[in-house]
Write a protein that binds this ligand. Structure first.
Ligand code: DAH
Length: 440
């Protein structure tokens, strides 16, 4: 999961070329059908057929699916919370970004990073998109699990659809609310003290992770403490049994300062699992304007968001993110609702590498996410990996040439060289039609 925090901003700080090639194949005006409804397209439309086909699947609600078991495991840890899992993935950019105080120039808004039905409607890029709506309904303790959509590269750990669970708790900003939090903090701290967990913490507040002007720092400290205790205890619930944590070998959890537009102070949580620090979630004390937008100005509280695939991949030892979408009985029949078991890989079929090289029109760039969506539209889940292997600018003509290496490998069957050639020929022809590039 790429968090909408500091790390994400750094990734995007690398120079963004000024002119991306437009997809010439999008006819305007026309319609696109999404979840049975027709919508007008416009200059922002970039939702692809592959993505449209994923919308009804909701893997997190399919019984026995690893993502559904993981959702259940998280929900069972918060039994008194409202559990939501069927909100529509179609949201307005206003819900996804503005209501959460994303700056107007945030890179997440661009058509190269997010999927738009048209300028007024998009696929949620994170479950936080529903925060204002859910608080507005009067919910004060809730979890929401859903499919989210982001344009991305293609490899074994990135997929343009993934799943997140959002969790939040708000209380009245008065002595009654604070008493409720204090009592809960005592209960959680007592439980954690008896558990095999080692926590590397950061202060609840610091000059680089400050209290919001609207808040009393004492209240913020209590809320941040409740957030940390609640999530440390969730980490214990998810991981401790799996690593056989003991007093001598405790589960290691570390907290890191972060930045999110709709929380202050903000944090990220990492867990040490099978020899690596895994980035698990982002969280923080909810920015007061977010609660004002939901008409609950008299409350304060915390929120977190975690990505399910990354956690499920390590818990079940699932090596490739595409497997979650597999309909192969050899995959699906391995799992039972509520049980975490180690995935037994069935034979891995041979990889088939094909290169695609082309010249771009002068002064133009092709965004890697546009290239990857095109490859997915042609080859679906038969594409395992796409890598840029050459990027060359001709010294005289100043024209740019790119070469991508595509790894075609089915998860379910052996792919013949003829099939891979035919897929690659379709990629080439589609590339020519959509972006008017010159194949080399
Ligand atoms: N929505 C964030 C993302 O996808 C994750 C997140 C961070 C959710 C902080 C939160 C939060 O609720 O408080 O990157």
């Amino acid at each position: 999961m790429r968090l909408y925090g500091s790390l994400w901003r750094n990734i995007h700080a690398r120079g963004v070329p000024s002119r991306y090639l437009a997809n010439m194949a999008v006819q305007r005006p026309c319609h696109v059908t999404v979840l049975g409804e027709q919508y007008l397209t416009d200059h922002m439309t970039n939702i692809s057929p592959t993505i449209v086909s994923k919308l009804p699947l909701k893997l997190h609600t399919q019984p026995s699916h690893p993502l559904s078991t993981l959702r259940g495991l998280i929900e069972s840890h918060f039994p008194s919370y409202t559990h939501l899992s069927s909100l529509s993935p179609l949201v307005t950019p206003y819900q996804n970004f503005d209501l959460l105080s994303f700056p107007k120039d945030h890179p997440g808004r661009s058509v190269t990073d997010s999927y738009y039905v048209n300028k007024d409607l998009m696929l949620r890029t994170h479950t936080s998109a529903h925060e204002v709506e859910v608080f507005g309904r009067g919910e004060t303790k809730w979890l929401l699990t859903a499919d989210v959509y982001r344009r991305d590269e293609i490899d074994g750990s990135h997929y343009p659809v993934f799943h997140q669970t959002e969790g939040a708790r708000i209380v009245s900003a008065n002595s009654t609310g604070m008493k409720e939090i204090e009592e809960d903090n005592e209960r959680l701290a007592a439980h954690l003290e008896q558990s095999s967990i080692e926590i590397e913490d950061v202060p609840h507040l610091s000059p680089t992770n400050p209290c919001q002007p609207a808040h009393d720092p004492k209240h913020t400290e209590l809320i941040a403490k409740n957030l940390k205790l609640s999530l440390n205890s969730l980490m214990l619930h998810l991981f401790a049994g799996r690593v056989g944590a003991t007093a001598q070998n405790p589960l290691k959890v570390r907290w890191i300062e972060a930045t999110f537009p709709w929380t202050t102070p903000s944090f990220e949580v990492e867990v040490f699992f099978r020899g690596k620090w895994l980035e698990i979630l982002g969280c923080g004390v909810i920015y007061q304007p977010t609660l004002d937008n939901a008409n609950v100005s008299n409350k304060l509280g915390w929120a977190f968001g975690l990505g399910l695939e990354r956690i499920a991949m390590v818990l079940y030892s699932i090596p490739d993110i595409r497997l979650f979408w597999s309909q192969d009985p050899r995959f699906l029949s391995q799992f039972k609702q509520g049980e975490i078991t180690t995935f037994k890989p069935y034979s891995k079929y041979p990889a088939c590498f094909k290169d695609v090289s082309f010249w771009l029109p002068e002064g133009q760039m092709l965004h890697e996410n546009d290239f990857c969506d095109l490859v997915r539209d042609v080859a679906g889940d038969v594409v395992e990996d796409v890598k840029l292997i050459d990027d060359f600018t001709h010294p005289k003509t100043n024209r740019k040439s790119l070469c991508y290496r595509i790894n075609y490998r089915s998860m379910d069957r052996s792919l013949s060289n003829d099939e891979a050639n035919s897929l690659n020929a379709q990629v080439v022809s589609c590339l020519r039609d959509r972006f008017r590039v010159e194949i080399r």
